[in-house]
Ligand binder design. Structure first.
Ligand SMILES: *Cc1c(COP(=O)(O)O)cnc(C)c1O
Length: 493
């Protein structure tokens, strides 16, 4: 009985479509969005509110608005979200640099400019200017890639999963590919090496055990149908302890003896030696080619720090076969990606400058002292703006590289640790995720940690502003909901 009355009074507090549209906040959206869209979004939001009131447990009805006037800002937020673009920028305060769900690498300024230039003008994408006839889109990066890495030839496709599929389909369709059990990786749930191999029309021959593979395991598996020896860089995990894998050089030697090509899927594909910056060694593309790999594949948007792309480097005859494969057309790189990729690669001419120009490499090599200074400065800014019940601490922590690169490497960092007195940390996390721009941190026990490694200095004032506003909204809504249902009671006759 009591339950029904509380729900009924809440339902009665909902404003009508007309009333809502007349309110000041809605008059302001109206200018940008067609009225039909606005009305349909508002109807949907009112319907959702009604359903929530009808089905939520009583304990969760507390934070809902109680009067028509209070509903308006709530509905305004909801409707604005519905009529706004879906793909939006956000602040990545997770400290994970190559975060696949948050868009992996940010582009360098030079790449952004190239992208804009090529997007807004016609270009010589596939046009040979000297000869005045059709050209190839691949010339724009092939020379550059070869000179940077020492490869004989190079080509590019849409992403590295496509690169692996295309290379296997070209080199090993109908034949067998020998790969170590310890390297049959799954990346982000959607890319499983065995599945990609099956799609390529090659038969997988697994050798060795999960933790150990010896040269003789490959040797014994070689038969008349063997088309390729494959090495996969186990980029998002490591098997530790009692392990053995066959180095690429030995695989190449074996391949040569039997006349079988060798391919390496490097995953993140780094072009600079990270040891120069005191980081753990990630095998470089140059090393793989020097060791004699016939084909090497890697991603454009992992450690390379460019746009999403799949790069394929190696011996000319294999690269030519790959280009002529009809699948290549289906996996074709688009002109915007190509423009951004060329501009990114050009930065690699200067291995010292590249670290500062490419955001992924810059974030990777930012030292803990610098991060501590940034965290302290942000904490000072936040203390001035946020409510006093926000407890702010600056703590030492570790950031992850992510994106299937350097899996064990944790970079020393300093974070802002946030906690609102007497409030679940999950509420702060949720409020920040639904802020504009959304802020993504990471929950550690009962606090929210913000790692400034992945927040640009230009973004920091916005981050502070957004966190402060989110805290204020949370405090407002919890003080409203404080006396659990007395307001609803009071409103009734
Ligand atoms: C990331 C990765 C892939 C897939 O690359 P995408 O560019 O995401 O398609 C394939 N192989 C390895 C080893 C990887 O790390």
């Amino acid at each position: 009985m009591e339950i029904d009355r509380a729900r009924k009074s809440l339902l009665q507090s909902l404003p009508s479509v007309e009333e809502t549209l007349q309110s000041a906040p809605f008059q302001e959206i109206d200018a940008f969005v067609p009225r039909a869209e606005l009305v349909s979004a508002l109807r949907a939001s009112l319907e959702e509110a009604r359903n929530k009131i009808l089905v939520s447990p009583l304990s969760q009805l507390g934070p809902l608005p109680r009067s028509k006037k209070d509903w308006i800002p709530h509905l305004h937020q909801e409707v604005k979200r519905k009529v706004s673009p879906s793909l939006i920028p956000l602040i990545n305060a997770t400290g994970v640099i190559i975060h696949t769900n948050l868009g992996r690498s940010l582009l360098a300024q030079e790449a952004l400019e190239a992208l804009q230039r090529i997007a807004s003008h016609y270009s010589n994408l596939e046009f040979h200017l000297e000869e005045g006839k059709r050209g190839s889109r691949y010339v724009h990066v092939e020379d550059l890639l070869c000179r940077l890495t020492g490869a004989e030839a190079a080509t590019v496709v849409n992403n590295n999963a496509g690169a692996v599929l295309l290379a296997l389909n070209t080199l090993a369709r109908g034949g067998e590919v020998i790969v170590s059990r310890g390297e049959l990786v799954e990346i982000g749930g959607s890319f499983r090496m065995p599945d990609v191999m099956a799609q390529s029309g090659a038969r997988l021959v697994e050798v060795g055990t999960t933790n150990k593979t010896h040269p003789r395991d490959y040797e014994e598996a070689i038969g008349p149908d063997t088309a390729l020896l494959l090495k996969v860089h186990t980029s998002n995990f490591r098997i530790l302890g009692f392990t053995q894998s066959v180095p690429l050089g030995q695989l190449v030697e074996l391949g040569r003896r039997h006349g079988i090509p060798v391919m390496e899927d490097l995953g993140s594909g780094c072009l600079v030696d990270l040891r120069m910056w005191g980081l753990e060694a990630e095998p470089t593309v140059q090393e793989s080619l020097r060791a004699g790999a016939d084909v090497v594949t890697f991603s454009g948007d992992k450690l390379l720090g460019g746009p999403q792309a799949g790069l394929i480097l190696g011996r000319r005859r294999f690269i030519e076969g790959i280009r002529q494969n009809p699948l290549n057309r289906a996996l074709r790189i688009d002109k915007l990606t190509l423009a951004a990729l060329e501009a990114t690669l050009r930065l690699y001419w200067d291995p010292f400058r590249v670290i500062r120009r490419i955001p992924t490499l810059r974030m990777l090599t930012t030292g803990p002292e610098e991060l501590r200074r940034r965290a302290l400065r942000a904490a000072r800014g936040l203390r001035k703006k946020a409510p006093t019940s926000l407890i702010i601490r600056v703590l030492e922590d570790r950031s992850k590289v992510g994106g299937g690169a350097l899996p064990l490497l944790e970079l020393p960092t300093w974070v802002l640790s946030l906690r609102l007195e007497e409030m679940e940390v999950s509420r702060l996390d949720r409020e920040l995720r639904s802020s504009s721009p959304p802020v993504i941190g990471r929950i550690h026990k009962d606090e929210l940690r913000l790692d400034l490694r992945t927040v640009s200095q230009r973004e920091t004032p916005l981050l502070i502003q957004t966190v402060a506003s989110a805290c204020r909204r949370l405090l407002d809504s919890s003080s409203q909901a404080d006396p659990p249902s007395s307001e609803a009671e009071g409103g009734r006759p």
